[in-house]
Design a protein around this ligand. Structure first.
Ligand code: PBG
Length: 324
């Protein structure tokens, strides 16, 4: 064949492939979600093989190991004892609660580790919803936002670097920014779950925390998986309200949303490879059907290629350990 243009020339050796590679993935791009519980036990999570609900001591050790491998940040998800769950979710802003104690322990053991907290009521709410639930079952927006502000302030007082509202209530980013600034926490960042879909991929996570809704579903606040323009609308609002980082969740089945947001904003984009995405890879590998390390790597590279600056992933430590 008389072919002057041969794309394969750029793939012909590892060295040339290194030179032309468009997407870089390093441990520095990863955020490690960690589960925690009261007491001194570290409990393996049945619905998420390879993940553990940590005691405070276990949490500090695990976060330290990930940080030593180059992972810059962790995000915390607590399992709250049933007796502390109420309809008003008051335990979410107790200064001696599990999350504030964990923040203080992490910051004192690992001062350079960035600690991110989840701002939402579901672990604390006897109804299992991210917002307060009215007697008729409606999720109350404005009342919820007030409690979220108290929760974020509690995390900031304990030393959180970034608060991350995952509740999808309207107007919460502006309210959180005003509450934080009003209390002198101008340097606490907001990583907003901007496009959080009502996804079945969260199933294993709810098993890990015992946080599934007691009645109904989350479709009046989380987004319809069929919608993309709506994500752009949420992004414009969160940006105008003062978010520092916008998040898309889940990640793998929503790469188009990541790419659209990347094109629509100058803000950094985060993507959350959620529990169901993680579990499918773990399950496929446990069955001997796929190569876990290669699929882990390819799934994370794809999320970066779509436009995510950072990825929340349960693989963070494992990937960082396998890297180079
Ligand atoms: C709830 C929250 C959820 C996740 C993170 N924060 C679950 C939900 O919305 O029901 C899911 C994370 C995952 O599946 O890995 N505020």
């Amino acid at each position: 064949m008389n072919l002057p243009i041969r794309p394969r020339r750029n793939r012909q050796s590892p060295a040339i492939r290194d030179l032309v590679r468009e997407t870089e993935l390093t441990p520095g791009h990863l955020i490690y979600p960690l589960f925690l519980q009261e007491g001194s036990e570290n409990t393996p999570i049945a619905s998420m093989p390879g993940c553990t609900r940590w005691s405070l001591e276990g949490l500090v050790k695990e976060a330290g190991e990930a940080h030593a491998l180059g992972v810059p940040a962790v995000v915390l998800f607590p399992r709250i004892p049933d007796e502390l769950k109420t309809r008003g979710a008051e335990a979410c802003h107790a200064d001696d609660g599990l999350v504030p104690r964990a923040i203080r322990a992490l910051k004192s053991a690992h001062p350079t580790l960035t600690v991110i907290t989840d701002v939402a009521l579901d672990p604390y709410n006897s109804d299992g919803h991210d917002g307060l639930v009215a007697d008729d079952g409606r999720i109350l927006n404005d009342e919820t936002v007030e409690v979220l502000c108290q929760q974020a302030l509690c995390h900031a007082r304990a030393g959180a670097d970034i608060v991350s509202p995952s509740d999808m209530m309207d107007g919460r980013v502006a309210a959180l920014r005003a509450a934080l600034d009003g209390a002198g926490f101008q340097s606490v960042s907001i990583m907003s779950y901007t496009a959080k879909y009502a996804s079945a991929y969260y199933g294993p996570f709810r098993g890990a925390l015992d946080s599934a809704p007691k009645a109904g579903d989350k479709k009046t606040y989380q987004m319809d998986p069929a919608n993309a323009r709506e994500a752009l609308r949420e992004a414009a609002l969160d940006e105008a309200e003062g978010a520092d980082i916008l998040m898309v969740k889940p990640a793998g089945p929503y790469l188009d949303i990541i790419a659209k947001l990347r094109a629509a904003t100058m803000l950094p984009i985060a993507a959350y490879q959620v529990s169901g995405e993680y579990l499918m890879i773990k399950a496929g590998a446990a069955g001997g059907w796929i190569d876990e390390t290669k699929i882990m790597n390819e799934s994370l590279t794809g999320i970066r290629r779509a436009g995510a600056d950072m990825i929340l992933t349960y693989f963070a430590k494992q990937w960082a350990a396998a890297w180079r």
